[in-house]
Ligand binder design. Structure first.
Ligand code: DGY
Length: 307
């Protein structure tokens, strides 16, 4: 029986995943956009699966050239550049790795929150620079008993909420509709959530629908004692407004793993000492990357079952 043909659309798929897929499928790609275009022109009619990341464009025009496509497996939580509507119209399932990486990203959100509020980056420099013997380090801000607002309550938002509860914090959340059976207070509006939060964590998908959702008014509703954490996508926040609020003290602190124009991080942000910065490493551990490899391979294995 002929093996199913799978297109590796994104160059961000790790070698371990590609090796595991190559044992099971006829693989095409990865390649630059011209190479992908040529592969699709030559083999589009027999491509049954796609392995990709949210960063590679999979739009309606490309999908139209793949009449045999049955499944798309995404090696990331974010599905930013994937036309989900076009896939849904053809009934093509789309899987992502959010279950595999939720705990890891949630750990990072909690770490960024504590690091920002206890100023741990500055504290580390204080010790390394020999300042401890000359001056006590300034007091930080607590997290116990605070209200933590989650913008998004999917796998990642829920994992953050569970951790926060265990730390004595009080979760509340914002989604379009209340999550059935969820006891946390619900807000349908990001500004209302911000007004009801001491720590505000962005854990919703990126993409056009949520671009700029955390605007100047949402940031203003947080206040000078609050902390904003973003482990989702930089584009969700109005970055210049965030910088202004952090510089003026209108917002207390921030912990950021994602930025509007990665890997470029504005100088103004890099110069602030009330901000903790990370290079988009939410899922970046050996264990979780392994679980993500597995999730993509397992998803595509459905193609091994004769239809
Ligand atoms: C993803 O996989 O989309 C996230 O950005 C992980 O940090």
């Amino acid at each position: 029986m002929r093996r199913a043909t799978v297109l590796v659309l994104s160059s961000g798929i790790p070698a371990a995943t590609i090796a595991a897929l190559a044992e099971r499928f006829d693989l095409l790609g990865p390649g630059d956009p011209d190479e992908i275009d040529a592969l699709v022109a030559a083999h589009g009619a027999r491509i049954r699966g796609i392995a990709t990341t949210g960063k590679a464009r999979l739009d309606r025009a490309l999908l139209a050239r793949l009449p045999a496509l049955e499944l798309v497996a995404c090696y990331s939580a974010g599905l930013d550049k994937i036309d989900r509507e076009a896939l849904a119209e053809r009934g093509i399932p789309l899987t992502n790795s959010s279950a595999a990486l939720a705990d890891e990203v949630a750990d990072l959100a909690i770490a960024l929150m504590i690091m920002a509020r206890r100023r741990l980056v500055a504290a580390d420099a204080h010790v390394r620079g020999g300042a401890w013997a000359k001056a006590a380090f300034p007091l930080g801000r607590s997290v116990m008993g605070l209200r933590i607002g989650l913008l998004g309550l999917g796998h990642i938002g829920s994992a953050i909420a569970r951790r926060a509860e265990a730390m004595g914090m009080h979760p509340r959340y914002c989604t379009r509709r209340a999550v059935a059976g969820c006891a946390y207070p619900h807000h349908a509006d990001a500004r209302a959530l911000a007004a009801d939060s001491d720590v505000f964590v962005i854990a919703c998908p990126g993409g056009p629908a949520n671009r700029g959702l955390v605007d100047r008014s949402v940031i203003a509703a947080l206040g000078p004692d609050a902390t904003l954490v973003n482990i989702a996508r930089g584009e969700i926040v109005d970055e210049p407004a965030l910088i202004e609020a952090l510089v003026s003290g209108q917002l207390g602190s921030a912990g950021l793993d994602v930025f509007a124009d990665e890997p470029n991080v504005p100088l103004a942000l890099r110069q602030l000492d009330n901000v903790v910065l990370a290079p988009h490493l939410g899922s970046a551990t050996v264990e979780t990357r392994h679980a993500m490899d597995e999730s993509v391979v397992r998803a595509l294995e459905r193609l091994l079952v004769p239809g």
